[in-house]
Structures are given as structure tokens and as C-alpha cells.
Design a protein around this ligand. Structure first.
Ligand code: DP6
Length: 368
């Protein structure tokens, strides 16, 4: 969605300035896996996620007078204090695409400082938090140039839309607690272009949940998410899968509204296994889970059966396991970890205890 007023409003940015945002990661319960062909990052099916709290990216974007003129965008990027070339290139390419609608990007020297709350190598998806933080910084900068007030609550659709164009799942991170992205027949305001918040009953349900991320493997993935999405274009089960995601979403929304934890857990686990099954039977089959992923899943399912506890797993596009449970069961979950998965329990670098959170927060310049 290009804001049609962009062309009309002159950009008279302050000569220098800084904007900063903390933006969280999110974990999909209904998975976005496949894009609409030939469209700019529109999803092939609707998805739904919990917004996390402790796994986040902090980003500050500084602008000042340009010092060189040979590049269309003058950009320096520091990740945890050091220049990060790959990440810089990804953001540079994105900004280049945005130049026609955000001409101020080419008029200033831009320096970005960014860091994650979780270890870079932990294998936790960081593009959702990083790209949503970037979208927040860019949209707030745009409002500063217009001498207008930026209010995330009011402008979240614009931010979410921009975040989506940087990385699909990032569009969900700007919405507190629980986000729905993608058109769905039962939710009239749902859109393929941006994520939306849900009504109070769903937010209240989401607020109850915690996510213990169990880090099975930290090595880089053999196939990126973008490659995985592309493989869905010629996947023999694509049409059935997109239909199933829409149906799963209906069942999940009903379960959340009614507080039906068992149905919720069943659909969440079905989505995780379906995601990895799609990878295994894609035109170029591949495997992102590891033997220990299955051991952890087995331990969770056994413990749930024998102790009758509401504990469920989900997976993103990698081997790490997200253990979801209502916060009332905190003590039982730590007992489970200590007893059934002691190698994780004894090594705090192998887990990240997270919970459903309240979305992005602005940062002060002096925090940088
Ligand atoms: C498995 O959002 O990382 O985590 O849009 O190409 O940047 P791009 O992909 P990305 O895909 C995320 C896939 C997923 C499922 C999900 O988050 O819904």
C-alpha cells in the first residue's frame, strides 16, 4: 500500500535526528508458508501469531547531512557495535526499493545501530523483530519530516504494511498480544497487506500464555524461509495446504474465544508438524528438524499424557522447539524441564523463557 498522500506532502526533514524502537519477535500458531506469486510479499494463506516479549530487537536510526554522493543511499549499519555487511545489504536493498515513495532516504546519511536481546547465534528468528523495528523507525522518521505526530496505535497499519514488505512475518510483530495477517472469510477487516489486532476475548486468552524456547541447534539453516516460501509455488499439496490453514484458523479462533485449550493445542501442533511435513515433501525435499527436535516433542507429549498438563509445542522454520503453556503452570513446566530434559535445564544458554507481550516500545536516543 503506497500512501497516496506521499507524493503531495513535501518532506522537510529536520537536518539531523534519531528515532529508536524496541520491537519483539513473534511465534506463528497458524503458519505463513507460501506467497502469492508475482505480488510483493502477500501471503498465500492467513496466519496468526502470539507477539513475544523478551525476544526483541532494539534499533536506532540516525540521519544527518550526506558526506558522499556516489551511492543513492548512504547507509552505515552496526549490529551490536560492529559493522554487519550482510544485514546492511538487506536493508540497503529494501531502502532502494522504497526510494520512490520515501525520497528522504536518499537525501541524508543514515546510520543504524541495532542489537538483539537474544544471542545472535541462538537460531531464534530475528528477521521479524529486526524488520518490524526498521519499519517503525522509517515510518516515524517520515512523520517527523512532515512535522506530524507519529502514534503507533493510530498508524499501526502503515507500519505493519511496510514491515511486511521487508519480511512477511514482521508485519505481525507490531500488533500487541495476538496478530492476524491475511484475508479470512470470518474476519471482515483482515487483510493480506497488514496484520490486525483481535477482539478482547482473544487478547485475554493470549495473555495467559508463556513460550519456553528450547534451543536444539544454533547452526545456520540449510534453506532460508524465503527459499522455503518459493518452493511452495510448485508444491504438489499447496492448494490443499492453503485451504487447511484457513480452516485451522477458524477452529483456532473459536477455541480461543471459548477458552478451549485442548483444541487450541491440537491445532497448534498440527500446524507445526504440517509446516515441516511440507518441507519434507516439497519438490526439492529438505529437513530442518534434528533428532533432538523429535526427542523434545516426544518428551512434551509424554509428559502431557501422564501428568494431564496443557503443554504444547510449535516450531518455526528450524529445529528449535517452542513449548507453549498457560502461565498458571509455571512450576510444573520447570519440573518437567528439570526431570525430562535436564540437558536444557542445566544450561540456560539452551533456552529462552518468553511470554506473550504488548508490542513495540519507543526508545530514547541515550539508550543507544
Ligand atoms: C515458518 O517471514 O521469515 O516462521 O517473508 O520471506 O521474510 P519472508 O519469510 P518469513 O517466514 C516466516 C515463516 C514461518 C511461519 C510464520 O512466521 O508464519
Amino acid at each position: 500500500m503506497i500512501d497516496s498522500t506521499d507524493q503531495k506532502v513535501p518532506h522537510t526533514c529536520p537536518p539531523e535526528g534519531v528515532v529508536g524502537w524496541r520491537s519483539p519477535s513473534n511465534i506463528a500458531l497458524i503458519k505463513y508458508w507460501g506467497k502469492q506469486p508475482q505480488r510483493e510479499q502477500l501471503p498465500a494463506n492467513p496466519s496468526l501469531s502470539f507477539t513475544l516479549s523478551h525476544a526483541f530487537t532494539d534499533m536506532w536510526l540516525y540521519w544527518s547531512k550526506r558526506t558522499q554522493a556516489d551511492d543513492p543511499i548512504e547507509l552505515k549499519l552496526y549490529f551490536e557495535g560492529r559493522p554487519a555487511d550482510n544485514f546492511r545489504k538487506r536493508i540497503y536493498d529494501f531502502m532502494l526499493r522504497l526510494l520512490p515513495e520515501m525520497p528522504f532516504l536518499g537525501e541524508y546519511a543514515i546510520t543504524i545501530h541495532t542489537r538483539n536481546s537474544f544471542p545472535h547465534s541462538a537460531g531464534i528468528a530475528s528477521s521479524a523483530s529486526a524488520m518490524s523495528a526498521l519499519a517503525l523507525c522509517l515510518v516515524e522518521w517520515k512523520y517527523r519530516c512532515r512535522r506530524a505526530v507519529f502514534d503507533l496505535h493510530q498508524h499501526y497499519r502503515e507500519v505493519s504494511n511496510l514491515a511486511r514488505r521487508a519480511s512477511g512475518s514482521a508485519c505481525r510483530s507490531v500488533v500487541p498480544q495476538v496478530a492476524l495477517w491475511g484475508a479470512h472469510p470470518n474476519v471482515s477487516e483482515a487483510s493480506d497487506s497488514y496484520a490486525i489486532p483481535l477482539a478482547k476475548a482473544y487478547r485475554d486468552f493470549a495473555e495467559l500464555w508463556k513460550d519456553l524456547i528450547l534451543i536444539v541447534d544454533q547452526s545456520p539453516k540449510s534453506i532460508s524461509s524465503s527459499q522455503g516460501h518459493a518452493l511452495m509455488e510448485s508444491h504438489p499439496y499447496a492448494a490443499t495446504r492453503y485451504q487447511q490453514a484457513t480452516e485451522h484458523l477458524s477452529v483456532l479462533l473459536k477455541a480461543m474465544k471459548e477458552g478451549d485449550v485442548e483444541t487450541f493445542g491440537r491445532v497448534v501442533e498440527a500446524e507445526a508438524l504440517t509446516l515441516h511435513a511440507l518441507m519434507m515433501c516439497s519438490p526439492t525435499p529438505y529437513l530442518l528438524i534434528k533428532p533432538q527436535t523429535l526427542e523434545v516433542i516426544d518428551a512434551i507429549q509424554n509428559w502431557r499424557r501422564t501428568r494431564d498438563l496443557p503443554m504444547y509445542f510449535t516450531l518455526d522454520a528450524g529445529p528449535n522447539v517452542h513449548l507453549l503453556y498457560p502461565q498458571a503452570y509455571e512450576a510444573e513446566i520447570w519440573e518437567f524441564l528439570a526431570t525430562a530434559l535436564p540437558t536444557f535445564y542445566r544450561n540456560p544458554s539452551r533456552y529462552l523463557a518468553d511470554e506473550v507481550g504488548h508490542g513495540p516500545q519507543p526508545l530514547e536516543a541515550q539508550d543507544a
